[in-house]
Ligand binder design. Structure first.
Ligand SMILES: [Mn+2]
Length: 310
């Protein structure tokens, strides 16, 4: 499959790299690593994301300023990163071939070539293998992108999929020039006061269900207006729920501008990927998400609670 992907890339004239909407560090780091690698190969390559305002904590990633929000014309190859389903790319199907590089168990294999490996802790780890198989030298900037993605997606090497191999990869990337303390400082020590104030409002909404085994909390549209926080300031809120000692499942509810909802699920043991997939979403065993129509919020919450037999 790596060989097929390599041939397709070699034969393509205009390549666009895309990651999922509301991208996290793994989505951006993976796409940027590939971008830098293809640029070095002399390919005509562009990097696109459908979300117009990206989290500024990623602004230190090499190539961040090259990300465009207008889908380039006349692409003959689109490569998707860290994205489990085509609709999360925020683009329409076109006259181009597709490659899908990901590590989500729930990935729907929507591309012409699908390089999906759920054994990897991050999409960037898959990207590392792919670039090595292509014989591309991993520069310091590429290593930094891959490392950042790996560190963030494993919650700084604390998730259940962190193995000896993950640390070996982190060590290799560090040897190649990634700087763990620099990355940690950029990602973790740059919160705005608005974000801290949003955390406080969110914490006030938390409710426990099922004898404290399920925690639900939400952020409404008015909280953004009250605090000045931005949508991407909410990505870690679900961890506050999941971090409580009695909680097996955290459910974070985010109200979207159109009144619909996005739910993020985090669990300690149960398979939330399966729950989310049944309801039209997807993700990993311990972390998943789904979109919910405004009329269906209570019904979907009931369904999720019914799935939890704790
Ligand atoms: Mn990922």
């Amino acid at each position: 499959m790596y060989q097929e992907a390599f041939t397709l890339i070699e034969n393509s004239r205009k390549i666009v790299l895309v990651s999922h909407v509301a991208p996290d560090g793994d989505a951006l780091g993976s796409a940027l690593a590939f971008y830098l690698a293809l640029q070095k190969k002399g390919k005509n390559v562009k990097i696109f994301n459908a979300t117009k305002v990206l989290a500024d904590k990623y602004d230190f990633l090499p190539g961040f300023d090259k990300i465009t929000h207008t889908f380039p014309l006349n692409a003959d190859l689109v490569i998707a990163f860290d994205c489990g389903s085509f609709d999360r790319l925020g683009i329409t199907k076109g006259d181009f071939k597709t490659i899908n590089i990901d590590h989500h168990k729930s990935n729907t294999h929507y591309a012409d070539i699908n390089i999906i490996d759920a054994a990897h802790a991050s999409t960037s780890s898959v990207v590392f293998s792919v670039l090595q198989s292509f014989g591309i030298k991993i520069s310091r900037d590429i290593a930094s992108c891959i490392y950042t993605a790996l560190a963030e997606d494993t919650n700084f090497f604390t998730t259940k999929n962190v193995t000896e191999q993950v640390f070996m990869l982190a060590a290799t990337l560090t040897r190649m020039g990634a700087d763990p303390a620099f990355v940690a400082a950029k990602l973790q020590h740059r919160d705005s006061l608005a974000k801290v104030r949003l955390n406080a409002r969110f914490i006030d909404t938390i409710e426990l269900k099922k004898d404290g085994k399920v925690a639900i909390g939400e952020v409404t549209e008015s909280m953004f207006q009250q605090t000045g926080a931005l949508r991407y300031d909410t990505t870690e809120l679900v961890d506050i729920l999941h971090n409580m000692s009695t909680v097996e499942l955290g459910i974070f509810i985010l109200t979207l501008p159109d009144g619909n909802f996005k739910l993020s699920l985090r669990s300690k043991t149960i398979d939330v990927s399966q729950i989310a997939s049944k309801l039209g979403g997807g993700g990993h065993h311990h972390a998943a998400g789904l979109s919910v129509n405004k009329e269906k919020k209570e019904i979907i919450l009931e369904k999720i609670l019914d799935e939890v037999n704790v």
